[in-house]
Design a protein around this ligand. Structure first.
Ligand SMILES: Nc1ncnc2c1ncn2[C@@H]1O[C@H](COP(=O)(O)OP(=O)(O)O)[C@@H](O)[C@H]1O
Ligand SMILES: [Mg+2]
Length: 501
């Protein structure tokens, strides 16, 4: 029988939570964990290089230590890590430098710590970080995590000087390369599609297995952090901003704390919420904060979110990367947006490539979010869901090759379905834009496919005409007793197409 005296309560740290639920972050089994560890380390390296404004040079080394243990190390030429933050960044779950409102690969301050946690629970070895921040600020640190307390435990640290900024992170974990190798290679190849400015290499047991990029000389413009959009102002966000701007009058607060909020719009919001515009925000009651939040989210006529916090790959770089990696017969590029979901700006860009061979009308879908390829959980992704809604046979593109669709969603906040960041949730605004993107790309490919069918038909008819013309010329010349005239030009003129085609 239930005895109220024995009911016990306790609380656990976030690290403990992710230790118990590591599959949520992509560390469920050993094959996926090797892949996820590489992915998290590479993601951080690329973010750090973009932050530093350099062409990323990222080297991944995977070495077999013994049958079931691997050592993974990733080296970059990025910003390096400030010595004061190394321990927390690697030894504390949900600690990071990327919580601002702008597009970045990392989001939660979770990725590398999960790799460290997994390494620790499978091999009981510390993570090693060798990093150079500014000159004179280089360090080599080895640390464990105290999972129950969610804090780092430093084993040793020594000052070093690498000369240039950059970082190497090294972990040892239990895992199988046999089952993850292909995924890792695919991941790095695809990474170079949406990070075409990067040079990526993979070494396995000292042998170079892959070297891709850079495909583009231009560095992507660094996205700018923006203020929150009024549509994102739920009560919690509003309360935090209010405590930051306590002494400011409500109307001025709105135009200072939010983007797209001029003084006139701010006055409208305040009126709509029924609040005295001169009242200081620190004095607003709970009810007033709630009605202000409602007004901000509901009032019409507020401009769309500022998209300067986003960084799409762009037509030139995206198409070039696809062309260099897949040698397609044709590529089409389209970009949709900027649009918004709950105050978060997003853009969706895609390349539809037709590669040699023909299988089905239904395109192979390759998904990317904030420049990161998504390789797992495709069936649950909004990009796949919309792909299934389209009748691809309508575009008749298979005659010209196998269609591969590369789709990149970028947003200051990607609505991932889980902490492992493998698939994107179905948000109506995103669905709408994805549908339009697919249709645009389908139509572009259809125009090309039609052209191909026409030119195949024309070439066949040209050959037939040329054969007949040659016969006429041959017998005509014999009858007239003169030299046989060339007929090729006549045929070309007749068809008014490029005979070399
Ligand atoms: N290679 C690196 N170069 C520079 N900073 C790094 C690197 N790896 C990790 N960091 C720092 O560690 C923090 C935590 O990383 P992580 O747990 O992967 O979270 P996230 O990438 O989501 O912020 C990052 O926010 C970043 O500041
Ligand atoms: Mg990360």
């Amino acid at each position: 029988m239930f005895n109220p005296q024995t009911q016990t309560f306790s609380s656990i740290s976030v690290a403990e939570f992710f230790y118990r639920n590591r599959q949520m972050a992509g560390f469920g089994n050993s094959a996926q964990s090797v892949y996820s560890a590489v992915r998290e380390l590479v993601e951080n390296s690329l973010d750090a290089c973009d932050e530093a404004g350099v062409h990323p040079v990222v080297r991944v080394d995977i070495t077999t230590v013994d049958g079931g243990t691997l050592e993974i190390s990733v080296t970059d030429n990025g910003t390096g890590i400030h010595p004061d933050h190394i321990a927390e960044a690697f030894g504390r779950v949900l600690y990071g430098s990327k919580y601002g409102m702008r597009q970045r690969r990392g989001t939660f301050g979770l990725g590398v710590t999960m790799a460290v946690l997994y390494a620790q629970i499978t091999t009981d070895t510390p993570v090693e970080i060798v990093t150079q921040y500014r000159s004179g600020e280089g360090k080599r640190v080895r640390l464990f995590m105290d999972i129950a307390a969610n804090r780092p435990v430093v084993v040793d640290e020594t000052p070093i000087d690498l000369g240039n900024p950059g970082t190497t992170v090294r972990i040892r974990l239990k895992g199988s390369l046999r089952r993850s190798r292909e995924r890792i290679v695919e991941y790095l190849r695809l990474t170079s599609v949406t990070s075409p400015h990067a040079h990526l290499t993979l070494f396995i047991d000292g042998k170079r297995v892959l070297s891709v990029g850079p495909w583009s000389k231009t560095l992507p413009a660094l996205p700018r952090a923006t203020k929150p959009h009024p549509r994102a102002a739920d009560v919690e966000l509003l309360r935090r901003l209010v405590s930051e701007y306590r002494g400011t009058r409500t109307r001025d607060f709105l135009s200072r704390a939010f983007q797209q909020m001029g003084t006139r719009t701010a006055a409208r919001v305040v009126r709509f919420a029924g609040i005295d515009s001169k009242k200081r925000v620190g004095e607003l009651t709970r009810e007033e904060i709630l009605s202000l939040s409602n007004a901000l989210q509901k009032l019409d006529g507020i401009a769309r979110p500022d998209a300067s916090c986003l960084s799409p790959v762009g037509k030139e770089a995206f198409s070039t990367a696809v062309t260099r990696l897949y040698s397609p017969r044709f590529t089409a590029y389209s970009l949709r947006g900027p649009s918004e979901w709950s105050g978060n700006p997003f853009m969706i860009e895609g390349v539809l490539a037709l590669v040699e061979g023909s299988s089905s009308d239904f395109p192979v879908l390759l998904r990317f979010a904030n420049r990161v390829p998504l390789l797992y959980d495709a069936s649950e992704d909004v990009l796949m869901k919309v792909l299934r809604q389209i009748n691809w046979s309508r575009y008749s593109i298979t005659t010209s090759g196998t269609p591969i669709l590369f789709v990149h969603v970028c947003s200051s906040r990607i609505p991932y379905r889980a902490a492992g960041k493998q698939s994107i949730a179905s948000i109506p605004e995103i669905e709408r834009e994805v549908l339009s993107l697919y249709r645009e790309l389908g139509r572009k490919a259809q125009r090309f496919a039609r052209g191909c069918v026409r030119s195949v038909r024309d070439r066949r008819r040209m050959r037939e005409f040329e054969r007949l013309f040659r016969m006429v010329a041959h017998f005509g010349a014999r009858l007239a007793g003169c030299k046989e005239p060339p007929v090729r030009d006549l045929v070309v003129q007749l068809f008014e197409v490029d005979a070399g085609e």
